[in-house]
Design a protein around this ligand. Sequence first.
Ligand SMILES: Nc1ncnc2c1ncn2[C@@H]1O[C@H](COP(=O)(O)OP(=O)(O)OP(=O)(O)O)[C@@H](O)[C@H]1O
Length: 262
Amino acid sequence: MSADTEPDSTPSESAAAVSQETIPDREDQALLEVRDLDAGYGDLQILTDVDLDVADGEYVTIVGPNGAGKSTVMKSVFGLTNHMGGTVIFDGEDITGLRPEEIIHEGVGYVPQNDNIFSSLTVRENLEMGAYILDSVPQDALDAVFERFPILEERETQKAGTMSGGQQQMLAMGRALMLDPSLLLLDEPSAGLAPDLVDDMFDRIDAINDDGTAVLMVEQNAKEALRRCDRGYVLANGQNRYMDDGDVLLNDEQVRRDFLGG
Ligand SMILES: Nc1ncnc2c1ncn2[C@@H]1O[C@H](COP(=O)(O)OP(=O)(O)OP(=O)(O)O)[C@@H](O)[C@H]1O
């Protein structure tokens, strides 16, 4: 569904339409706080007044129609869009307008949807690139990634571009985990995966989150994402529409009808 054909939904009774009043009070444990974010590309504004919170260790997902601006939210948190207004606070620091290299330093890892590996480099070289901001590659981080994704150790010397889609996605995640981020941004991690690999990918994301890393994920596979996450946001036309616990959104009649295909 394109942005200009999005349904003109109104808040339903159960799922909470987002306003400052409905954002939970997570002041004590807030890791990421996005407030009134306006952002876009060049002069083109895509996001308007977007609010979003991720608590320490929380698993949050953003769903919504094609072109809603979901990826733009992720890119904006990671300093890859033109910032036009509002603030992004991470772990108590104002990271609004910082460059991606600076944001990585703060503890945010980002796995983009496309072009998320270096195809001509080996698996190991890709992982080492994940730690490029450090003077040397931390062996314990490499060991932890290999432990989490044993296939990457098996394929250590293989050119990344020759691996399957699922393995490349694991590599992209592994690279982002090399700096042990406290927040991992995942843009469409199941995109392009064979159906039998999608569940495995979601299980791996669950495991990363269970080990304490907060996750902010954009997914087209909205129902499964809402099933797995703690809390979800529905974004449409570059604006917040709903925010609630994943299962509340999943079971909300209007959200289902307008955004989840019934
Ligand atoms: N680099 C760019 N330059 C200009 N416009 C862009 C750029 N990237 C995205 N857009 C536009 O921003 C809008 C939001 O795109 P975005 O990719 O954030 O949406 P999305 O919700 O992630 O969609 P999808 O589910 O299709 O990936 C779209 O109209 C898109 O065409």
